[in-house]
Structure formats: structure tokens, C-alpha cells
Design a protein around this ligand. Sequence first.
Ligand code: SF4
Length: 301
Amino acid sequence: MGTALAHRLLSWHRPVARQFAFRATTDPWAVLVSEVMLQQTQAPRVERHWIAFIGRYPTPDALAHASVGDAIRSWQGLGYNRRAVRLRETAVAIVERHDGQVPWDPTELATLPGIGPYTARAIAAIAFGAPVAALDTNIRRVVGRVMHGHGHAADPGPIPGPARVQVDADALLEGSDPRAWTLAAMDLGATICRPRTPRCDACPLVELCRFAAHAAMAAGATAVPRPAPRAVSPAPSFETTNRWLRGRLVEALRSIPPGEWTAIAGPIGRHSQQAIAAAVQDLRRDGIVEMDGEGRARLPV
Ligand code: SF4
């Protein structure tokens, strides 16, 4: 099944591949930076930030010699600033442990700060062509549906665990170009095999897919399959979240000259002085903020 699936997937992808600047390179450091950015930020938003960041830090050595504060300033617009701190630590580790060269082995990559198993596999497959499937949310959904019918109301089996899906994904990738397969599977998940409304009628895998087969059996071959409905709780307003508050605090610290201390005054939005103090302490523990003896804060120098 793997070869047939890969053939259909890659033939479908060639003319419709999403084009991003970070996909035009196989430079391992550039790929690593893009994958860290893509962990929690969508691809279209990542693109211009990636271009600016790689322009400023084109090698691990360049970022390793920057201050933590500069790395956080250069991360502006991406959010989840802890990633900037971890990325700089990764740059230092690559310089100290790998002579400035990004390692190709996913096991070795996964020992770097902020590089989990998924990111390690994505870097190995995209930059080095290693035959490993990187299971991001999109690819996990595609493989789960194709192989197990996962998510369909008629699905009779247990939900496959991550290890099972990983074994299946590795088998499906076998014999294909890992970079091309990974990018194609990502795009299929993002544009066709969408979480709530899969477009099975436009999918190159429909004849091989167990999810689509369940739907055809349950509702007639012409019906468009739908995932089982999920209960969705209303999301809290973003401005009430700790993430929003942390973002405002880092924005405020970015706006003062490097090295200067500032007192953080509240309230900020609907957050109390107590919540602000707790958020500043969280940022300090994450290495994003430094504090002096008078309770003033700054980005690390
Ligand atoms: S046929 Fe439908 S469920 Fe199966 S991979 Fe394609 S879009 Fe997803």
C-alpha cells in the first residue's frame, strides 16, 4: 500500500505544493529554524519572520554569539517567546557539541533544547532526506484516517496510539523521497484532509482510505464522509489568558533599550497586579526575563 499511496500523494502534490521561502532550501540550520517557528505558528505567518531571522542569524554560530535578549527581540511577531530562548540554546549546543554543524540523526537532534521527536524527524527528513516520517498534527490525522479510519463515527476499532501511527507512517514513506513525502503529507492534511471537513471527493487517497470506506458503507458511495462530531467548549477570551499577558509583558520589555531595567506597572488589560507579578516570575523561570534586586525587569543581556 505504501508505494501506491506515495505515488498518488506525490503526483497530486507536484502542481499544488504550497510555496514558502523556507521550503526553497535544504540548508539544515535554515530548516531547523523554520521547523521551530512552525511548532506553534502557521506557515503563512512564519514566512516573513523566517526570512528576517535567517538573514540576521544565517548560521548556528551567529545565533550562539547573540544575547538572549537579541534573540527574543528578533522573535517579535511569532509569540511563544520561550522558543527563541531554546533556539539560541540549541545554537550554542550545535556549536559546542557538533562543531557548528546541525546533526542529521533524529535521535541526536532530539537531544537539542526545544527539539522534540516530531521536529527532529522533520529536520532529518526535509534537510537530510532521512527515511523517517515526521508526524505533525496534519500527518498524524491523515495516517490515522487512511490506515485506521480514525475519527469516523463508523470506526469500530480502538484509537491507534502514537507509536502505532508512527510505525504505519514510516511504512507508508518507505521507498519515497522523504522530503517530498513529508511536504506532500503536510499539505494534504492542511488543505484536503482537514480536521472537521475532509474533502474526500478531492483527495488522491480516497480509494485507499479506510475513513472514506467507512463513510461509503455507512451512507452510500456518493456521500461525502464527515468526522464524528466532537463536543467543543467555548474558548475563553484571548485577552484573559496568561499567554496574552506574557506577550504584552515581553512587548513592553522589547521597547526599552537593551540592558536598561524597567519597573512593570499594572494593571495590564484585565489582569491584576498579582497576576502580572506571577507572569513576570514565570518569564524569569523560562529564561525570557531577568530581574534585579529592586524587582525591575529586562530582557537578558
Ligand atoms: S479520503 Fe478523506 S479522510 Fe481519507 S485521507 Fe483523503 S481527505 Fe482524509
